[in-house]
Design a protein around this ligand. Structure first.
Ligand SMILES: [Zn+2]
Length: 90
């Protein structure tokens, strides 16, 4: 986690979901090295009915791996374009 030197426009775990609508949350688990899952923020809001004011990190803390049920050991926010460029599906 970075400190005070945030890059303007760069995604932060403290961003509320509504601010990152259209972005993609990419999570991975220690049980599947090198693999990840992409979760569109719109899906969190519209399908899972997560409050738009929730911070990204709060959502990540509630996620669990579909294989081992552990929390994600890694997560990042990508713009939709970036996520499309390097998608590896589980
Ligand atoms: Zn796992």
């Amino acid at each position: 986690m970075g400190g005070s030197n945030r890059v303007p426009g760069k995604a932060s775990p403290a961003d509320p979901l509504w601010y990152r609508r259209g972005w993609v949350l990419r999570v991975s688990c220690a049980c599947r090295p090198g693999k990840h899952q992409d979760i569109p923020v719109t899906e969190l809001l519209d399908r899972w009915q997560v409050s738009p004011s929730r911070a990204v990190w709060e959502v990540v803390a509630k996620l669990s791996c579909r294989v081992c049920k552990a929390r994600p050991n890694r997560s990042e926010l990508l713009s939709a374009a970036d996520a499309k460029r390097n998608t590896i599906w589980w």
